[in-house]
Design a protein around this ligand. Sequence first.
Ligand code: UD1
Ligand code: CA
Length: 471
Amino acid sequence: MRIATVVLAAGQGTRMKSSKAKVLHEVGGKPMVVRSIETAEKLTALYSSSERPVVVVGRDADAVKSIVGERATFVTQAELLGTAHAVAQAESVLRGKATHVVVYYADMPLLEVETLRSLVESQVNSTGVLTLLTVIQDDPRGFGRIVRNEFGQVVDIVEEREATSEQLKIKELNAGVYCFQADWLWDHLSRLKTRSNGEYYLTDLPALSAIENQPGLPIVHNDIEELIGINTRVHLADAEAALRRRINRKLMLSGVTIIDPATTYIHESVSIGQDTVILPNTHIYGATQIGSNCEIGPDTTIIDSRVGNSCEIRNSVIEEAIIEDRVNAGPYCHLRKGSHLEAGVHMGNFGEVKNSRLGAGTRMGHFSYIGDSDIGVDVNIGAGTITANFDGVRKNKTIVGDHAFIGSDSILVAPVTISNNARTAAGSVVTRNVPEGHIAIGVPARMRQIRPPASASVDQQQPLQAERKET
Ligand code: UD1
Ligand code: CA
């Protein structure tokens, strides 16, 4: 047994009212056509086949090809003459290569591989020439109606625009997912006649098989949501919501608390550890991994980032960042590409970090920007600290050693190094390196040796006042 898949993606998608092809619209952050191809790949893998899915392209063919890439074999339907005509374009690449051909439409983003598998199994175990999925539903959504004879066999599929008023009342609908005996399919596609609109309908094949006394086997599928076909942007939003429910449900069943699933937007590529709590209006996308026992949100967006265990991230935006265990961030932090917060870092309100490491236990509580920097462990970054990393031409690096103390409102003009245990006074503009055991003071900052502390805690104001007396 050899299984091949054909995904139809050539149609206009007129009802989307869009300048781009329908199948390029995204559901859950992924173009629909990519979703259909992934499902096809999973199916062929189940039958240990490496046959790539065949995608029939037409409208926006180049855009579809460039987004899908090498994962599929493309055939072009130059003229859009209907769904049967579309499948016929795949004959030249598939004839003789498969015993069974699974066909479905690229506008069904929620279709699951298990459903396709049971369709294939039914076909393989039947003597008939085709098997198809149907749904029973009150809202017909423009689907074709399944016409059965008195033995329950499918004798026809009637498209909505061609149905009689009696047929319109039929509640069993054609989902648009089929498994054919390959040779029968290729032999019969060419025997179909055009319809009044000049199209060849794939949905006319069951009638043909019934005439030949080999009626198609209908499989009624219970999960209607899964077989959503997208024709308009209203359907697109329906699919988005259905996918969201599916993903959130899976996460909740795996031990993640989601306070309000209706306002929690998580891509299926995301992994989240047990006992993590996701608060409302949180968006977690891409290749993000979040550990266990975290509290994320509300109003937080995390994209392509790694978050360790026991972190708390509130009202913040995190992009392409690494956050180790027990980090506490927000509200209103922005971690940009290349931020790396080591264990136990505290980042308070209105902080921005880009392309920088903050060493373990470092604290950056209020209104700061750290860019292109390497900050050591246990550093105190005072309120309003800014790394002036851009000189108008280049991005320059700031290095701050372990246990350093950066006074409030310091501006560190890069490239610059603040050594271990060094300090900057409040309001200093640091243009030169600060050696170990020194404090930088003033604008631009001058250097003086740090006096041994009179008591356990050093008073940051003292040296600054001393400096003023001297001038
Ligand atoms: C189709 C079915 C209908 C079914 C419904 C389920 C037919 C004739 N009708 O109707 O019975 O209930 O899907 O969603 O098959 N396409 C091509 N080339 C073409 C025409 C279409 O590749 O010449 C592709 C489209 O890109 C789309 C798919 O086929 O992905 C279905 O086309 P669409 O126009 O959406 O068919 P429906 O009217 O929804
Ligand atoms: Ca459709």
